[in-house]
Ligand binder design. Structure first.
Ligand code: TIU
Length: 228
């Protein structure tokens, strides 16, 4: 299979799209809408809405190109048996994980706030990884799924850049995957953390991976299809 070159930092990367997956991190109502986990932590959730459009563009293109698309959700069982007490016991008690909120219990599987936002709803044949931590590999079957599909490169987008996106990219990098963070399709409650988080990925010759944009990936996909 021919490789397509994606413009990226710190240098362009040649990828085989048949061995590339799109991983959309935690685009859940709990992080993007008022009254969820993100807001309970004291954040301005409106800062994340700008990534919905770029995420939808890359999701649509990935579906058309037949890439493996994986969605992740951070959250816990209703009985909190998979939630470390040290994670739960943060913030004010009425706004902790498991506390009732306007979108149901905060960060609990099955509650409305735990759902992926409707704009990016997974299709029935797209796997959804429910993860108890910030990284998508910790205590999940993501690695098995990627290996079974022959995946070597991950296009990563979602929220938040320096927390779940970064943790997932670090975990993937250590497991031998080449990760490309899509700068405009990742977002943070802290714009400076977003910027520095992306710089950290591409620094030192690509210490954790590469940084590109949805536009550059769409261009590479289009060129690849023209050549096919
Ligand atoms: N707080 C914050 O920035 N993020 C998280 O808690 N989880 C994710 O990033 N998904």
């Amino acid at each position: 299979m021919a490789r397509a070159e994606i413009a990226a930092q710190p240098f362009p990367l040649a990828v085989d799209f048949a061995r590339t997956a799109l991983v959309i991190i935690d685009m859940q109502r709990d992080f993007l809408e008022p009254g969820g986990f993100g807001a309970a932590l004291g954040n301005d959730v409106s800062l994340l809405m700008g990534v919905v459009g770029p995420c939808l563009r890359i999701l649509t293109a990935a579906r058309e190109a037949g890439l493996l698309v994986v969605h992740t959700r951070e959250g816990h069982r209703p009985d909190l048996s998979d939630a470390p007490p040290a994670k739960v016991a943060r913030g004010t008690p009425d706004k902790r994980i498991g506390a009732p909120g306007p979108m149901g219990r905060i960060l609990i599987r099955g509650e409305p706030g735990h759902d992926i936002i409707p704009e990016l709803a997974p299709l029935p044949d797209e796997p959804v990884i429910d993860k108890p931590g910030k990284g998508a590999f910790y205590q999940t079957d993501l690695e098995l799924m990627l290996r079974n599909n022959g995946i070597e490169t991950l296009l990563v987008c979602g929220v938040t850049t320096e927390v779940c996106v970064h943790t997932t990219i670090r975990e993937a990098n250590d497991r031998g995957y080449r990760c490309i963070a899509l700068a405009d399709a990742c977002g943070s409650y802290f714009p400076e953390f977003h910027e520095v988080g992306l710089r950290m990925i591409a620094a030192q010759g690509g210490i954790f991976g590469w940084v590109s944009t949805t536009g550059d990936v769409l261009a590479a996909l289009a060129a690849h299809e023209r050549a096919a």
